[in-house]
Design a protein around this ligand. Structure first.
Ligand SMILES: [Zn+2]
Length: 376
């Protein structure tokens, strides 16, 4: 088995997964989170899952996630987020997709820059809500994370912006189709409005408005804090943390939601990179020397090397398609053209394929461009 580490240069899990699957040349690509523990028979059971998925014509196969619970206490608010992964639909903590299906939809939508909703988005684009993804028998444990700090629950509110992108891309019924419950956003909006009304009342010296606003805000914030404290371990630290963050969460959630509404207001369907790019040779990758049969005369064009390397780094396949009618008309021997192509490959390769039409223009072949033979 070969382990190859690829670098996406940042941009979040959607971009990282795209770099990964594009480099893969297998029919199926399995994704795991970096903090999961696949069970010892995982690989064998993955083969079983994929065999069944193939026979049923599905494009995805999801593993079963288990989260070991703390033995001696109730889970904290942060831990309950991880526990929520159990039974969540189409999460990439353990998910395999057919590579050709990923390529057909351009891969993961890189406008989802956090580990949030990028998995539901691609699942919907691959038809998971219509039964194209099955849950397999393989099992993966997702351990509880180490304490992510006081403000983790507040930072997570950034996901409200991603929800706006989901709404824009998948329409008003996206939550039902993605099995993503609405949650508390409407209540957060009410609490925030009450807080603003109270603040406005204080500033405008209108005691009735100030009193009603502050009372509403306190009531709403208290309810949120209790809803998060009640199921937890109720230690002094957890209670303190829930009180502080429950004051911050409603306005931050509303802010991210509005931010997402503005940012994604014109977002269109995701168009990822192509699966392959085919280049002409003469005048495109190398300077044109008419009827060249001499490898010594091959000179790359200015940006050819950069462009090819960037495509390769992204996992996009690169090929050359070239008309060499000089072979068909007798001006060059096939070996001369092959020698020039070897030099092109030395200077600009490796290529995933170099395809040559050797026929004369009047030969009526199916491969001389613009006929599609070489591309096919
Ligand atoms: Zn041809």
């Amino acid at each position: 088995m070969v382990l190859e580490v690829l670098r996406s240069g940042g941009g979040g899990p959607a971009r990282a997964r795209n770099v990964g699957w594009r480099h893969a040349r297998t029919r199926w690509v399995a994704f795991l989170d970096d903090d999961v523990l696949p069970e010892s028979d995982w690989y064998q059971l993955l083969l079983t899952d994929l065999t069944i998925a193939e026979s049923e014509g599905q494009v995805g196969s999801q593993g079963r996630i288990v989260v070991p619970l703390p033995a001696d206490r109730r889970p904290t608010d942060d831990e309950r987020v991880t526990i929520g992964l159990v039974g969540a639909a189409w999460i990439t903590a353990d998910m395999a997709y057919r590579r050709d299906a990923l390529a057909a939809v351009g891969g993961f939508d890189e406008r989802f820059t956090r580990a949030f909703r990028e998995d539901s988005d691609i699942a919907l684009r691959l038809g998971a809500d219509r039964g194209t993804v099955r849950t397999g028998v393989r099992q993966t444990a997702h351990p509880l994370r180490p304490d992510p700090g006081t403000w983790s629950s507040v930072r997570q509110q950034a996901g409200n912006a991603d929800d706006r992108l989901m709404r824009r891309l998948h329409g008003p019924d996206w939550r039902a189709r993605a099995r993503a419950p609405l949650g508390r956003l409407p209540r957060h909006a009410l609490v925030t409005a009450a807080g603003l009304a109270g603040l406005g009342g204080v500033l405008a010296r209108r005691p009735a408005l100030a009193g009603a606003g502050v009372a509403g805000w306190l009531l709403g914030t208290g309810e949120l804090a209790w809803a998060r404290i009640a199921p937890g371990p109720r230690t002094a630290r957890e209670v303190r943390r829930m009180v502080v963050t429950s004051a911050a969460i409603p306005p931050v959630a509303v802010w991210h939601s509005l931010r997402g509404l503005v940012r994604h207001r014109t977002a269109g369907p995701w168009r990822g990179l192509p699966d392959a790019v085919l280049f002409d040779r003469d005048g495109t990758l190398v300077h044109d020397v008419p009827y060249n049969g001499d490898p010594a005369l091959v000179r790359p064009t200015e940006h050819a090397r950069d462009v090819l390397d960037r495509l390769r780094a992204a996992g996009v396949r690169v090929g050359v398609v070239t008309n060499q009618s000089a072979i068909g008309t007798g001006r060059l021997e096939p070996e001369q053209v092959a020698a020039v192509n070897r030099r092109v490959e030395e200077l600009l390769g490796p290529f995933d394929g170099i395809y040559v039409c050797p026929h004369a223009p009047d030969a009526g072949c199916a491969c001389r461009k613009p006929a599609p033979g070489l591309v096919k």
